[in-house]
Each structure stands twice: as C-alpha cells, then as structure tokens.
Write a protein that binds this ligand. Structure first.
Ligand SMILES: NC(=O)c1ccc[n+]([C@@H]2O[C@H](COP(=O)([O-])OP(=O)(O)OC[C@H]3O[C@@H](n4cnc5c(N)ncnc54)[C@H](OP(=O)(O)O)[C@@H]3O)[C@@H](O)[C@H]2O)c1
Length: 286
C-alpha cells in the first residue's frame, strides 16, 4: 500500500521516452496494467506490449504525461518541453543521484548522458514535475559480468570491495508509475536506492546463488580493468571515472535511503531478488 494519500488520475496519454530501456520497458507495462493509454518512443518496437502505440520520435498530440529518459531525449529536451507548454500536466524525469556532483564525478557524461541539464530543464519548465534520482541500476551487472558468467565461474573485475546499493528496475518503474498516479512526489527529487550496501564481490556471489553456482570474483589491477573496459568499447573517460568512483567507495557503505518504501509502502527489492529474476540471462552459453 502506498503511503501517499493524494491520488491523481491522468486524463490523457502518457508518452514514455526510452521505452525499450531498463526503466522504460517495465514502466510501459505498469502503465498499461494500470489502465492508462501509453505512447512509447522506441527505435525498436519489439518486446513492447501490443496495446501500446509505438513511435520513433516524441509525438505530444493527446499526451498529458511525459516520462523523460535523458539518454533517449538528449539535447531535444528544450524543444520538447516548449512544445509541451499548456499541454503536459506532468513530467517525470529519470535523473541520477550524482547530478549535483562536479561534472567530472559523473562518468555517464562520457557516454553522452546529460542528466544534470535534462533534470534542470524539466524542473525549470514551469510544468508539474518529479525528478527521480536513482543510484546504480542492478541491471548494470549485465554489462559488467554477464558475458564472463556465461562462460565460466570466475569473474575478473575491478575493486572487489567497491560498494553499491543497486536498485531493481522494477522499483524504479513502480516509483515512476506512482509519480504519475499520485501528487505526493510532485516537485521532489527522491534519491532511490536498493535496500542494502553490497560489495561487487557480494553481488557476483548473489548472482551465483541465484543460479546454483559458486562464482569467484578475481580482482584485477585498476589499470588492467581500465584497459579491459576500453577494449569493450567504453570511452576512456567513462572507464577512468567509474574506477575512480569505485576506488573511493572501498570500505565505505553505499548510500541507502528510505524513498522507495516511502513512495510504495514496501521495502525496496533486494539484489538477491534481482539476481533471481534475471538468472536466466547469466546462464551458460551453449
Ligand atoms: N545505469 C545506471 O546505473 C544509471 C543510474 C542512474 C541514472 N542513470 C541514467 O538513466 C538513463 C538511462 O540509463 P540506462 O543505462 O538505463 O539506459 P537505458 O534506459 O537502458 O537505455 C537507453 C534508452 O534510450 C534509448 N536511446 C539511446 N540512445 C538514443 C538515441 N540516440 N535516440 C533515441 N533513443 C536512444 C535506447 O533505445 P534503443 O533501445 O533503441 O537503443 C533505450 O531505450 C541515463 O540518462 C543514465 O545516465 C543510469
């Protein structure tokens, strides 16, 4: 049960940008299940519910609610918000916990994400808004470790004792749904985390537990880990920034907030639950 007592029923359609993304996909499903009309912006429409209208760029006609994924919207945010003046009743923006940090402390900028600017544009738009500020997504484990786990029981990676409070994308999607269906979060920037601080070694071990396998995390020297990330196509600045964040977190418990519980009336889902939901992705390659 939600703790908020200010239910709101959107009158028009909800436009979801980044609908094929980590949060967008489950959000589309939740919005449809809640009986709302949804228009999804996706370059590849497969895996989206059939009841959803799919477009390849944002179309605001008939739309009153907008979900903004900064990676999907990028520099187009100002034009989109200007077009939405007098039309949009609510904008929910996916932001990040580190948007107030120095720009060099936001490694995802090297991948083109403009979370700071996009959040700022939304909150300064004059429209009703909610800015969700998650910590690291549990789903990052796919990119970091899935390939290795598909091929063996040893995972080589950086800083075994670096800590995260990874958040399940279902929690993020559910809080985003709540932001559309309730006025309680309007004008706020909740920092959304998982329920526990885990080291990278513990996260890999939890994935092994979910699969009935014993996985070993083998720590690489930082310069080797950095070269491995770059070799896999990540920008050098991103690799350096990520490793620097990890180095600073060793021995420091990751931030944990109560915001998921406050919004949803239940605890945030554990990483063990995420690993169990996604164990099939890590299964051995044929
Ligand atoms: N990952 C994290 O730990 C984390 C934590 C906090 C905040 N964030 C922020 O959350 C946002 C989403 O991150 P994510 O890692 O979860 O990504 P994602 O949502 O899984 O993927 C990005 C989405 O944007 C779409 N997209 C990418 N480039 C596009 C382009 N040029 N034009 C149109 N659509 C495009 C993708 O569509 P296709 O499927 O067509 O490629 C996909 O739907 C980012 O701004 C990120 O900085 C991430």
């Amino acid at each position: 049960m939600s703790l908020s007592r200010r239910p709101h029923r959107p009158e028009g359609m909800i436009l979801v940008t980044g609908a094929s993304g980590t949060v967008g996909r489950p959000l589309v499903e939740l919005l449809v299940s809640a009986g709302l009309k949804v228009r999804a912006v996706a370059r590849n429409p497969s895996a989206l519910p059939r009841s959803v209208e799919v477009v390849d760029r944002p179309v605001l006609e008939g739309v009153t609610g907008l979900f903004v994924n900064p990676r999907a919207v990028g520099d187009d945010i100002d034009g989109l918000l200007a077009e939405g003046k007098g039309v949009l009743k609510r904008v929910v923006v996916l932001s990040a916990v580190n948007v107030d940090d120095d720009l060099d402390m936001q490694p995802s900028r090297w991948r083109g994400d403009r979370n700071t600017e996009v959040e700022r544009a939304v909150t300064a738009s004059g429209l009703d808004w909610v800015a969700l500020r998650p910590t690291t997504f549990a789903a990052n484990a796919f990119g970091l470790w899935a390939e290795q786990i598909q091929h063996g029981d040893t995972v080589r990676g950086s800083y075994a004792e670096a800590t995260w409070s990874p958040i399940h994308e279902l929690d993020l999607a559910e809080v985003a749904l709540h932001a559309f269906l309730d006025d309680g979060l309007l004008g706020t920037r909740p920092v959304l985390t998982g329920p526990e601080s885990l080291t990278q070694r513990e996260m890999v071990s939890a994935i092994g537990d979910a699969m009935g396998r014993e996985l070993t995390y083998l720590e690489m020297a930082p310069e080797v880990a950095r070269a491995a990330l770059v070799g896999r196509g990540f920008p050098a600045g991103f690799a350096a920034g990520l490793l620097s964040l990890q180095a600073r977190s060793v021995g420091v418990p990751a931030l944990i907030t109560n915001e998921v519980r406050r919004a949803l009336g239940r605890p945030a889902l554990t990483f063990a639950r995420w690993a169990s939901d996604n164990a099939y992705v890590f299964g051995r390659a044929a």
